[in-house]
Design a binder for this molecule. Structure first.
Ligand code: DON
Length: 598
């Protein structure tokens, strides 16, 4: 892998740091009017009686006891403050949670271009107050001209062409997915829900410090493929406080608002952007666009200690892998003390086993028979649990490849005043996707092709070692880890709307927020601030965020036979929890996100 493969991977810190400095005077349109996730720990928040105070290691950078955002009626939590604002705007105009989620989806395509997109794809899990549930798969698919070995060089070595440049993109699904969701479960017109997005693109918005950092850190990639005129005018990345207008994107959005998905998949705009891409060496054609369809699927339904989960089935691995992990953990009468070596061992071992299955068996169900029933079966989980030693590591294999960092997807959660809930995760894969900016239509294209096993048995960008099931085939969806999830309480009422970004760590970060709330009885804010542990089978080691565990716990784990890796953040979660009198919203303290409720 050359440097461009890792280029976009070092962006984790973008937007992840917040000072405790006082909130500055709001700038009209700014996306960071203050420090949105630097929630106060001023003692003003009284958690519900069933919550237990969390204790984190002394060196851990996020403090327990933060105050969540509260909304008596509704809540939107996303990584982009303007995205959350767009959702709330639609809710206040009378839209439901699906209307608002679609509004957020288009708004973040403008205001959060590193991950929000119309050139990528995603997944949506819906739970309506009347009991209806749905899961929408609008994952990208491999172009019809894709071939199994298309990313190998003449010597059979993996190149970086699945990550960067014009051949890295799957056929985008975002516009098809968002419009399909609105048509089936929304109450407003496309033109109405796209009002905020079009306004952000046409009138512009003030670039905030997180976005400015993002442009600066990714300037080389953006400059390589035509994004300069918009994001690096005069050769310099747009600075915080400047206004960003995106007229080409505004035209595309207006066309979509007027004509629906066909404006993106057929006709002049589609011709223009596909020929622009092909001119640069890409392989997506009008036939690919005509063939693209989002797919309504049955959510994966599972139970955990009496709670119910609704989550995303394949082509994402997220729901099955979370379910398998929680089924393994459910067999323990209680989980070991939070932050202890036992905690890391038990959670890590459960993830490790679930990821072994994920990496080999899960793939696009249109191409591969996926054993969902077996993998989500509690008796099967019990057999896996029996292989976990009391305090010793189980080697996955001898292959040992470093986990790579990457935080370039985005999750948002929406709850409306009727109790309808939507969990959506969407991505370009890497920050700014393949780097290819379609100047004629104003958007970045994804590099989702890297989520395939471009060379089965060899690690991808995330260090995931995946098998033949996820090899490239034309028209196939690449396996994802995206895990939009809705948790219902023991009475079947909405409890949590949750999801994350972070490649394979989506699975761990999403499920750990759930475990922190359900098992460790943390408040939602603490559940989000808490240190996380990750294991993805290969590389065969436990991965922690720096200072997430004490040196003594690390020593114990090494003595148990674990490789212990430390690094940067695991996931960026946006979650909503129903509490007495309304909803709490929390954006991950690792991000510049912002919940807005009312
Ligand atoms: O679908 C997936 O699993 C990945 N493309 C998600 C990528 C992601 O979360 C980027 N950040 N790490």
């Amino acid at each position: 892998m050359n440097s461009s493969r890792t280029l976009a991977l070092g962006m984790l810190l973008v937007g992840a740091c917040h000072s405790g400095s006082p909130v500055p005077t709001p700038v009209h349109g700014a996306t960071d009017v203050g420090t949105p996730t630097a929630l106060a720990t001023d003692g003003s928040y009284v958690p519900a009686a069933d919550r237990v105070g969390a204790v984190f290691p002394a060196a851990w950078r996020h403090k327990a006891g933060r105050v969540p955002v509260f909304g008596a009626h509704a809540m939107v939590a996303s990584d982009a403050p303007l995205g959350s604002a767009a959702g709330v705007e639609i809710l206040k105009r009378g839209g439901n949670a699906v209307d608002a989620a679609v509004a957020v989806g288009f708004a973040i395509a403008v205001a959060y271009p590193e991950a929000g997109n119309i050139g990528g794809g995603g997944y949506m899990v819906i739970h309506l107050a009347d009991g209806r549930v749905a899961a929408l798969d609008y994952r990208e698919m491999a172009p019809l001209a894709a071939t199994r070995d298309m990313y190998l060089d003449a010597n059979g070595n993996l190149t970086d062409r699945s990550v960067v440049g014009p051949t890295a993109s799957g056929v985008p699904g975002a516009v098809a997915g968002l419009t399909a969701a609105l048509a089936k479960y929304g109450t407003m017109s496309l033109a109405e829900v796209m009002i905020p997005a079009i306004r952000y693109a046409e009138d512009g918005f003030i670039v905030d410090s997180a976005l400015a950092n993002s442009f600066r850190s990714n300037a080389k990639l953006i400059a390589e493929f035509r994004g300069s005129a918009v994001f690096l005018p005069n050769g310099a990345p747009l600075a915080a406080g400047t206004r960003l207008k995106q007229p080409a994107l505004a035209r595309t959005l207006r066309a979509i608002a007027a004509r629906g998905r066909s404006a993106f998949y057929e006709g002049a705009i589609a011709e223009a952007w596909t020929s622009e891409l092909r001119g640069a060496g890409g392989i997506i054609t009008m036939a690919d666009l005509a063939a693209y369809q989002p797919v309504w699927r049955e959510p994966v339904r599972s139970t955990y200690r009496g709670y119910s989960l609704l989550t995303m089935p394949p082509s994402s691995s997220g729901g099955v892998t979370i379910t398998e992990t929680l089924n393994i953990l459910e067999g323990y009468a209680s989980l070991p003390a939070y932050g202890s070596a036992g905690w890391a061992h038990v959670l890590g071992s459960a993830y490790q086993r679930a990821f072994v299955d994920r990496n080999e068996k899960l793939a696009d169900p249109a191409f591969v028979k996926v054993p969902i029933a077996q993998l989500t079966d509690k008796a099967y989980a019990a057999r896996l649990r029996a292989t976990i030693g009391s305090m010793r590591a189980t080697p996955t294999s001898t292959l040992n490849t470093a986990i790579r960092d990457g935080m370039e997807t985005t999750h948002y959660s929406v709850v409306d005043d009727k109790g309808n809930a939507v969990a959506t995760t969407t991505t370009l894969n890497n920050l700014y996707g393949s780097g290819v900016y379609v100047a004629s239509a104003g958007f970045f294209l994804n590099d989702e092709m890297d989520d395939f096993a471009a060379q089965p048995g060899k690690p991808n960008m995330f260090g995931l070692v995946q098998g033949e099931a996820n090899a490239i085939q034309p028209g196939k969806r690449m396996l994802s880890a995206m895990s939009p999830t809705i948790v219902l309480d023991r009475e079947g009422a909405l409890l949590l709307v949750v999801g994350s970004r972070g490649g394979p760590r989506i699975i761990t970060s999403t499920s750990e927020v759930i475990l922190n709330v359900l098992d460790y009885r943390m408040t939602l804010a603490d559940a989000m601030s808490a240190p996380r542990v990750h294991h993805q089978a290969l590389p065969d080691s436990l991965y922690f965020e720096r200072d997430a565990i004490t040196p003594a716990v690390a020593d114990s784990l090494r003595a148990m036979g674990y490789g212990v890796a430390m690094g940067r953040g695991i996931g960026l979660v946006n979650a909503i929890m129903r509490v007495r009198g309304g909803f709490e919203g929390v954006s991950d303290p690792r991000s510049a996100g912002k919940p807005i409720g009312y």
